[in-house]
Design a protein around this ligand. Sequence first.
Ligand code: COA
Ligand code: AMP
Length: 630
Amino acid sequence: MTYAEVYATWQNDPEGYWMDQAKAIDWVTAPTKALDDSKAPLYRWFTDAEVNTCYNAVDRHVANGCGDQPAIIYDSPVTDTKQTITYAALLTRVSSLAGALRAKGVGKGDRVIIYMPMVPEALEAMLACARLGAIHSVVFGGFAAHELAVRIDDATPKAIIAGSCGIEPGRIVHYKPLLDGAIEAATHKPDFCVIFQRDQERATLIEGRDYDWHTFQQGVEPAECVPVKGDHPAYILYTSGTTGAPKGVVRPTAGHLVALNWTMKSIYNVDPGDVFWAASDVGWVVGHSYICYAPLIHGNTTVVFEGKPVGTPDAGTFWRVIEEHNVRSFFTAPTAFRAIKREDPQGDMIKDYDISCLRALYLAGERADPDTIQWAQRVMGVPVYDHWWQTETGYTIAGNPAGIEPLPVKIGSPTVAMPGFDVQILDEGGNPVKAGELGAIAVKLPLPPGTLPTLWNAEDRFVKSYLTTFPGYYETGDAGMIDEDGYLYIMARTDDVINVAGHRLSTGGLEEVLANHPDVAECAVIGVSDALKGQLPLGFICLNKGCERSHAEIAAEVVKSVRDTIGPVAAFKLLAVVNRLPKTRSGKILRATMVKIADGEPFKMPATIDDPAVLDEIKEALVPLGYGRS
Ligand code: COA
Ligand code: AMP
């Protein structure tokens, strides 16, 4: 079938389409119905089914005779380690860990926070939770203690599983003090913690609260898979919204299994047994879906890579991993390729490797700029597929269905809507616009299986954030257009979310930290263009009247407080001290105009601006930071 035929099959009978895809999953009780609209506009899928995610990701492959196939290849240039874990070994490891968690009281519906670096044990912890029907919430290692504490208080976990440390080029990330600090700061306290001790740093355990990963598994009965209802939350993953309070995206169990399994062939064009590699981090949705769950559910081998595209040890690392592990499909963020291109502009390093095993490169997480796509096409000699998705959906909204029918690539477009997603461009009044016209990107409800049914503990926020602006639609928060051929183009966010090296950050959250500094009277944070990371946060602060302290000193304190509160991942280094912020007469800060000035783009003087002269002051303050030049 062609893509158009597949999409039409879904459009004509969405429920039948997903019931058909559901046949690829091993159910305890098979669904009799796909969509449950009893709580519309909150939709759920496969609610009358019973199933276990870990069974589908691990046990069934062993039962089907694939126990000897590698499930995980761990490749860690930062520790000089390589390890292969077969499906049979993974089953033993995961059931043992699940047994130990169960012995300490973790069961169906309990939350478990996972704060770990890119080691196979992070996946094992996720799968062990899934085995018990416990709901995990993985927190990215680049977040500081405060962000971890916020998530502890929202998810109220029974247990936390953490690594003793992470390894960033040139420094050890001391996870344990961050964990201890977060637990101290949080109101909710977990019953216990499990610490995976790494050779690079052994953490001090707190007697009675912390258990060593290995010793706490000794002598316990391995756990069997616990069946859960189709709409049972598989996990919660926090992501940035408009304010500093992160949104807890809930992932429903059954839809997640059905949809992710579908994507592996239809989009990534791999068959069971093929090696699939997503160079991301388990802390992000790409890591959840494409380092852990989808490849394992589909019976692929997944690569867990602990390193960077450059500097570990060089810009040839990606090519080495592809060759050495026989990678078929490779997925990363454009920023990784910009980093490689910067180090090795001619792509000379690829000549030392044979990457003929590779079929295609998939890019997502941020806008893929034409230069980077063309460079990757030229250097790698394989199709480069941009695809667009969000933490909320968990998989591709628009992409190139390479495993169904590879469509011609139009540079600048992530291609077309996937079955399940009726993507529309709406004007401010919620009416569809003509082809080629810009508008808000929305998806007609219901969203397909596996996408978020709600936010954890925040149904009202879910409805307000996503379902209210355009009744009957899911508001994506992105703006763009669809051309005459149905190709989608993603242009910008419509909210205060920015995208730094593929990491999603809230400027509102950053502003909360800036505003907390005792000398800061007012502030604003915007996202400015950056050749490597796509965007960088840039802050403006106005100081309290009468403050005579050195501006440089205050700026250094503010930068440090962002690193200490949100974490190094915010990459917050650009800060200007100004007398005033540009505002409308009603007091709204003109952030969009400030972005245009910073990026040196033409802009229209806002009709409602209070004092146009402030814009000149802003421009002047930007120049020393390397921005604001036309
Ligand atoms: N744990 C602790 N700290 C982390 C971390 C982690 N898991 N990941 C990143 N950090 C730190 C970095 O060490 C850096 O700290 P520094 O300020 O002390 O240098 C900071 O957070 C910013 O990290 P990052 O934005 O990743 O920038 P970088 O300069 O270290 O590397 C790239 C730049 C392009 C090489 C890097 O961003 C990259 O590999 N990107 C790939 C894309 C990706 O994985 N995207 C995720 C979504 S798909
Ligand atoms: P996250 O939830 O972290 O995956 O971030 C999702 C957001 O990243 C989207 O809403 C977009 O703004 C942006 N994004 C993701 N993929 C793409 C893409 N292929 N092109 C443009 N923007 C993208």
